[in-house]
Design a protein around this ligand. Structure first.
Ligand code: F0G
Length: 519
């Protein structure tokens, strides 16, 4: 087979994940956007006219300050005009330190701690999660190595004491048999891979390690052989956490000499590397973690000395009316991960914050990334923090107030169409509206899309075509539309959403499948 080198032929080909494009076009979602500001994306129609679309997807929750915030854009231009060195790896980095200090000030205020958090910057959300996971495993590995060495030294001491006639094995057994048996048992435990704990419905990324903490089996299972596994806990059954921990419990056998006799003590084997959770699940369909669940996470993790990684990649940066969504539930992280809005919709940046008392300084020697901690993105992050914190945190209050108005509008439509809309969930400007399953619809079209898991996409396609509203279901909760607009959401925009949602609910109620899917 020969390949054409004709570049004109190549220009006509769709080569950047074309199949995904086909899925979008089936729902009428394959619009090309040419401009963006605040909560509006503009597409160009066939006559070259710009058509405004009200965007509730918001870069999958990356735009708490909206598309192309004028102050951030101006600052980005200023940095580029000034020739700011974007790349100066392995040098002093006062900008990254300032970003870390800014993050610490806010996190300490919200969580009421004065312990600092060290910052490991990265580029994407999944990368920040993987840095947290790697750091937690680095820490577990160190502790395990120390424990193993201690047990080996105890074994040597026991052997020496018996040989010197200073001690005897308590039950009269041969010391070599006892040591061999303990070594065999310990080798079995030490060969166990680490485990993670995370709630069902979690989404922590799609890279090799993080995808194993993402609950959706379609994303996770094909790659299971590549990385350590998680045990998933139902969000409404916090009592399962202790049960899972008990089921996986392991011990190392530690020969100890005491009062002239050698006995075997049991030392807990730290099989759990970390508990990783979102305070408000995003991709899983907007599920708020209860205070009860958070308390149980904290209790069990303290008991087994397992670090808690609070993934605030989607829920953080003010999205729920506080900088950290976990502040509402009292959930405290040994680690926090942030991304999305940290880059103000312009830079691509993320960070893992690690509590000083858990921090392994040698991690800095074994983990790095070319693009991480660069001047451009960390300076933009500082600007974002300034905007959120301005006027005594006016932005957080605005998110709370706008979120309440948006929620009221959604509830209003739900009350009007109780057979179509099942539930409104979330906090601040991180809301989800769940549709009832429509598999039993009198319309074959509606029943069909519902049965194949495409109801959310069909609804989204209709909202875009008929109402110029952009909303998506999540990849793991097909019947839930996710709303994550910026804090600049106006009453007029909420009104447009209410109208569009009413329209589509009426079509579903009236089983008008033709109108739902008509182009
Ligand atoms: N953690 C959370 C809580 C997320 O919501 C996401 C991404 C990630 C990690 C991974 O970040 O994509 O930058 O690597 N969430 C998007 C979503 C994709 O649809 O909710 P990433």
């Amino acid at each position: 087979m020969t390949h054409s080198t004709d570049s004109a032929a190549l220009d006509g080909l769709e080569l950047a994940e074309p199949h995904l494009g086909n899925v979008l076009s089936a729902s009428g979602l394959d619009a090309e956007y040419v401009r963006a500001e605040r909560n509006t994306l503009y597409l160009r129609d066939e006559n070259g006219q710009e058509i405004p679309v009200l965007d509730f997807v918001g870069g999958f929750g990356s735009l708490i300050l909206g598309h192309n915030h004028p102050e951030i854009v101006a600052y980005a231009k200023e940095l580029l005009d000034a020739g700011t060195p974007v790349h100066a790896q392995f040098s002093r980095h006062p900008y990254a330190n300032r970003a870390a200090a800014g993050l610490n000030r806010i996190v300490q205020r919200e969580t009421g701690t004065d312990e600092p958090y060290y910052a490991v910057f990265a580029n994407t959300g999944a990368e920040a999660v993987e840095a947290a996971v790697k750091h937690a495993e680095f820490d577990r590995f160190r502790k395990l190595s120390a424990l193993r060495e201690e047990i080996e030294a105890h074994g040597e001491a026991a052997r020496a004491a018996v040989l010197a006639g200073e001690a005897a094995v308590a039950d009269g057994r041969d010391i070599e048999d006892l040591l061999a048996e303990a070594a065999r048992h310990n080798a079995g435990q030490l060969s166990r891979p680490p485990l993670f704990l995370t709630p069902e419905g979690s989404f922590h990324g799609k890279l090799v390690g993080s995808v194993q903490l993402t609950h959706n089996p379609a994303f996770r299972l094909p790659f299971q052989a590549l990385a350590a596994q998680a045990r998933f806990v139902p969000l409404d059954q916090p009592e399962q956490i202790a049960k899972i921990v008990e089921g996986e419990r392991g011990v190392l056998l530690d020969p100890v000499v005491e009062g002239g006799s050698v006995t075997v003590a049991e030392r807990a084997f730290p099989v759990f590397c970390a508990f990783v959770l979102e305070p408000v699940q995003g991709e899983g369909g907007i599920n708020v973690v209860s205070e009860e669940f958070a308390r149980e996470v904290q209790r069990v993790c303290a008991e087994i000395d397992c670090p808690v990684v609070v993934d605030e990649i989607q829920s953080g940066m003010g999205r729920t009316g506080a900088f950290l969504a976990s502040s509402h539930t009292g959930l405290r992280g040994d680690y926090y991960t942030l991304a999305k809005s940290l880059g103000g919709g312009i830079a691509k940046t993320s960070v893992t914050l690690i509590r000083a008392s858990r921090y392994c300084k040698d991690f800095e020697l074994v983990h790095s990334s070319t693009f991480a901690k660069d001047a451009f993105s960390t300076l933009i992050a500082i600007k974002v923090l300034e905007l959120l914190e301005a006027d005594g945190g006016a932005a957080y209050r605005t998110v709370t107030e706008r979120g309440e108005r948006l929620r009221e509008a959604l509830e209003e439509v739900r009350e009007e169409f109780p057979g179509v809309l099942k539930e409104v969930r979330g906090k601040g400007l991180m809301l989800g509206v769940e549709f009832h399953d429509q598999s039993g619809s009198a319309s074959e079209i509606i029943a069909g899309v519902s049965q194949s898991g495409f109801l959310g996409y069909a609804v989204a396609g209709h909202l875009l075509r008929a109402h110029r509203l952009r909303l998506f279901p999540t990849g793991s909760a097909f019947n839930t539309l996710r709303l994550e607009p910026s804090l600049y959401l106006t009453d007029e925009e909420i009104g447009r959403l209410r109208t569009g949602l009413r329209g589509v609910c009426a079509l579903l109620r009236d089983a008008d499948g033709e109108a739902l899917v008509q182009p």
